[in-house]
Design a protein. Structure first.
Length: 489
């Protein structure tokens, strides 16, 4: 009796189950018949015992993993009669799905091979990796993907899987399908990157949490607006952590290999910084950081082109889709950012600005809220009745100094750079509010930011007050170098 063999690459296996002609040799007859999808239910064909079926499936899967499909169907010759061909097709269907899952593991392996463990972001040791469900949100380009891959590589592969929600794989599969197969095959931790790019992501995460109690899920999102909107379904089920770009300390380690420990707020105020042990003159490195050191992609070429792409995607796609805004409104958002970038710094006069932008005051406040929630600006508020975050907006800053240099198109206002740096670096571990006599206040401490000619006059009657100068290398008493506040995370 002859055998029938067919070979095809795994790359061509999409949908093969329903298009493959299954050739069955009827026991002892020497004749053969072809069956398609329409033949599945009505046919009575030779039956394969469960033991034989399992053996055949194992052999087929082994061939799949060798990047080809080889079916020698004369193995059915001595088998018992089978009632329906659907049993056999079910085997093929399961194998097909497992092979597609295999492509996800192969992609993961390729990414891990390029993942470096020598440097980790400040959030790496703070993130609750062993929680049942935890999310990491932050602007694009701050290292969220790398952080997930580092953890998988460091912890080992067998029970962990990384997937990106914008992978073409999910154009024909659902996240819950992957979670189900992964879980049933012993998977313990599923990492989903860019979750906001997947439709109905919050509902599917909810199902994973409810139906797979032993599966731990970590996910990331760059569209902060979409993540916060979808959190209504997950509020009781997941922990959300935020990550921002490099501190000055992280930049020194990542770009120049200068390893400086994290300094507490108290260490900085006491002028107890250890950077002097590694760098004699920190100011050139500090200015370099202010211009291009906030994003990990700073080591790559064309930083400002990449920054422009991030801004356009946020202003023209993320925010308009979230708030159902028009293209014209998206342009106004960009104009608003330019006003903030060129200010010294920006103290909002909503009536005047609304007239200049040709929008109502209510619309202007809504635009600022959207831009802030998208991670492009930060608003400094006063402290009202002890409730931080509900006070009057005193100043508006761009999120970081790199954005100022990109948007200003010229040498930006020095005062804006100074205050933006302090606000950006200190908000990670501290509640920063405005001060009635100076620029900032954190807890009981007051801070006035300036240059080396800044005097004590403004804070002379204020207890626990400090002068921060951006052009001095080292501090003395209550005069501190501004760069030192970049060592806090």
């Amino acid at each position: 009796m002859a055998s029938f063999t067919t070979t095809t690459s795994v790359g061509k296996l999409q949908g093969f189950v329903w298009c493959l002609q299954v050739v069955i040799f009827l026991g002892g007859s020497g004749c053969k018949q072809k069956f398609r999808r329409s033949d599945v239910l009505p046919c009575r064909l030779p039956r394969v015992s469960e033991r034989s079926k399992s053996r055949i499936a194992g052999e087929i899967e082994k061939d799949f993993c060798n990047q080809k499909l080889v079916l020698k169907l004369d193995k059915f010759k001595n088998a018992q009669r089978i009632e329906h061909i659907s049993n056999f097709l079910l085997i093929l269907l399961c194998i097909k799905f497992r092979i597609k899952m295999e492509t996800l593991f192969q992609k993961q392996q390729s990414l891990l091979a390029r993942t470096n463990l020598s440097f980790k972001r400040y959030m790496y040791d703070q993130f609750p990796w062993n929680s049942r469900m935890a999310g990491l949100i932050g602007p694009r380009g701050v290292g969220k993907t790398t952080m997930l891959l580092q953890y998988i590589k460091e912890q080992g592969l067998p029970d962990k899987l990384y997937v990106s929600a914008d992978d073409i794989y999910f154009s024909t599969h659902r996240l819950t399908e992957v979670a189900d197969q992964f879980y049933k095959n012993g998977g313990k931790q599923l990492f989903i990157d860019e979750i906001h790019k997947y439709k109905d992501w919050s509902a599917e995460l909810k199902n994973m949490y409810d139906f797979y109690p032993d599966l731990k899920v970590c996910f990331t999102g760059s569209s902060i607006l979409d993540i916060r909107k979808g959190m209504a379904d997950l509020s009781r089920r997941t922990l959300i952590f935020s990550i921002q770009g490099f501190s000055f300390r992280e930049y020194l380690k990542f770009t120049h290999g200068i390893d400086v420990p994290v300094h507490s707020f108290e260490d900085i105020l006491s002028n107890n910084t250890t950077l002097i042990n590694s760098v004699v003159h920190p100011l050139p490195l500090f200015r370099e950081y202010l211009q291009k050191g906030y994003y990990p992609m700073a080591i790559e070429e064309n930083l400002f082109i990449r920054l422009g792409q991030i801004l356009n995607l946020t202003l023209e796609v993320d925010i308009p889709q979230f708030a159902n805004l028009s293209v014209t409104t998206a342009r106004k958002l960009k104009k608003l950012l330019l006003v903030v970038a060129e200010s010294v710094p920006f103290k909002p006069n909503f009536v005047s600005l609304a007239g200049k932008m040709e929008v109502s005051r209510n619309s202007l406040e809504e635009y600022l809220t959207l831009i802030e929630d998208a991670g492009l600006i930060a608003r400094l508020r006063n402290q009202t009745s002890g409730i931080i975050g509900l006070g009057k907006v005193e100043k508006v800053y761009l999120d970081n100094c790199n954005l100022i240099y990109y948007l200003s198109g010229k040498e930006p206002a020095t005062g804006n750079i100074r205050e933006t740096f302090f606000m950006n670096q200190m908000r990670v571990n501290n509640a920063v509010v405005s001060s009635a006599v100076a620029d900032f206040k954190i807890d009981k401490y007051t801070f006035e930011v300036g240059g080396k000619s800044k005097s004590q006059e403004q804070i002379k009657d204020t207890p626990n007050a400090f002068i921060l100068k951006d052009d001095i290398e080292y501090g003395y008493k209550n005069v501190l170098p501004l760069w030192a506040f970049g060592l806090n995370y």
